[in-house]
Design a protein around this ligand. Structure first.
Ligand SMILES: *Cc1c(COP(=O)(O)O)cnc(C)c1O
Length: 389
């Protein structure tokens, strides 16, 4: 047996789940009421309180919440929606679902996020909405974007799929957008397996999203728990099945209680990486922007020309040591599904450089010091002095 084969594999991410989640889930199963019900309502209330936003509508995924956000904002055929190309493809896909056109904007080279400047460069006469993304958990600089969009009567949607627990100017991200969407996918900081949330300060939009998520039935089931006879069906418009279950919500309620602890641990791991890799030339690490803090959903590293092994070389060294790392955030405009799209006049140079030169290191709550040091040592040995064969 070689040394490599005895090393346990270090995965890139792993949800932090325990007895409390198991107990909460078992209680829902025992109750016999496993679909959307009181637990979803409780999760929504807890989420809106913790994120400092008036209304929260739980959904089956963040992608579903993105779709609902665009529908309630009235976006449709003939409209342009500016989105960063540097994002998971769901951001652009939701725009396509409603028949609008995604127009890709570039990102700031330091934060990896869209800015008022990059959005401004992508505006068209038909731009009705902008979807900004808190990429990898790094908060977007929303205030200048709001100012730009308010001037042009453009709806601001925030894709905070990665950013629960991240702060913008001391407040939870998302509270300054017209509509914000969140993900509880199993790779995200707070998870319900699959699941999402839409938050907004507008009661009318929240109410419409609430009915749209269940085929626009006249009355949501959360409000008719006690009625024996079901009311007559009334479908006010064409809706969707985007419901979260009480099983998911029960897990989410427990997860949400641990949010501060989870973010603190992730920030500790990120600080260990930065300290352990300081002084290695040719690497730049994701960091808090001046106006906020990240939850370190992703700890990404930009591999610059000064690092001889290059990104691909470093990825294979990590893989050889049993460490899962991935290439950085994708660029939607390079995917076959979007290659043919008009990307407007925006140039995407920073997007292309970041997607080509970054990689993401393992970060999860239970990642231990031994594993963190193994990652650090592997990168140090692959460092600038070592030529890549
Ligand atoms: C994960 C993610 C999504 C999709 O979330 P789902 O809950 O899986 O639909 C959307 N946008 C971004 C930026 C994401 O990271």
């Amino acid at each position: 047996m070689t040394a490599e084969t005895v090393l346990a594999r270090i995965s890139i991410t792993k949800p932090w789940l325990g007895d409390e989640e198991a107990k909460a889930l078992a209680e829902v199963v025992a109750s016999g009421s496993i679909g959307q019900g009181p637990k979803v309502k409780e999760f929504e209330a807890g989420f809106s309180a913790s994120q400092e936003v008036r209304h929260a509508v739980a959904t089956s995924s963040c992608t579903a919440a993105l779709h609902l956000a665009l529908v309630v904002a009235g976006i449709g055929p003939g409209d342009d929606v500016v989105v960063p190309s540097l994002s998971f493809v769901a951001t652009a896909n939701a725009v396509t679902y409603v028949g609008a056109r995604p127009v890709f904007c570039d990102v700031d080279p330091a934060s990896g996020n869209a800015t008022a400047e990059t959005i401004h460069a992508a505006l068209t006469l038909d731009t009705r909405a902008v979807i900004v993304v808190d990429q990898g958990g790094v908060p977007v600089d929303l205030d200048p974007i709001r100012e730009l969009c308010d001037r042009h009567e453009i709806t601001v949607i925030e894709d905070a799929a990665c950013a629960v627990g991240s702060l913008y100017k001391g407040r939870p991200v998302g509270s300054g957008a017209d509509l914000t969407v969140w993900s509880f996918h199993s790779d995200k900081v707070v998870t319900t397996g699959e699941g999402g949330m839409l938050t907004t300060h507008r009661a009318d939009w929240a109410a419409r999203a609430r009915t749209l998520r269940e085929h626009s039935k006249g009355l949501p089931p959360t409000d008719r728990q006690d009625s024996v006879q079901s009311p007559p069906r009334l479908h006010l418009e064409v809706g969707f099945n985007y419901l979260m279950t009480d099983m998911q919500a029960a897990v989410g309620i427990v997860q949400l209680r641990r949010l501060a602890q989870m973010v603190a641990r992730r920030r500790e791991i990120a600080a260990s990486y930065v300290a352990g890799l300081a002084g290695l030339k040719g690497l730049r690490f994701v960091a808090d922007p001046p106006y906020g803090t990240t939850n370190f959903q992703s700890f990404w590293v930009e591999v610059q020309p000064g690092f001889a092994a290059g990104r691909e070389g470093l990825l294979s060294r990590l893989a050889d040591s049993g460490i899962s790392a991935t290439r950085g955030v994708m660029a939607a405009h390079r995917q076959p599904a979007y290659r043919w799209r008009d990307t407007g006049n925006a140039r995407l140079q920073h997007t292309e450089r970041l997607t080509d030169s970054t990689l993401i290191l393992p970060v999860f709550h239970e990642l231990d010091t031994v594993s963190i040091n193994r990652v650090i040592n592997t990168i140090q040995t692959a460092g600038p002095g070592v030529a890549h064969e």
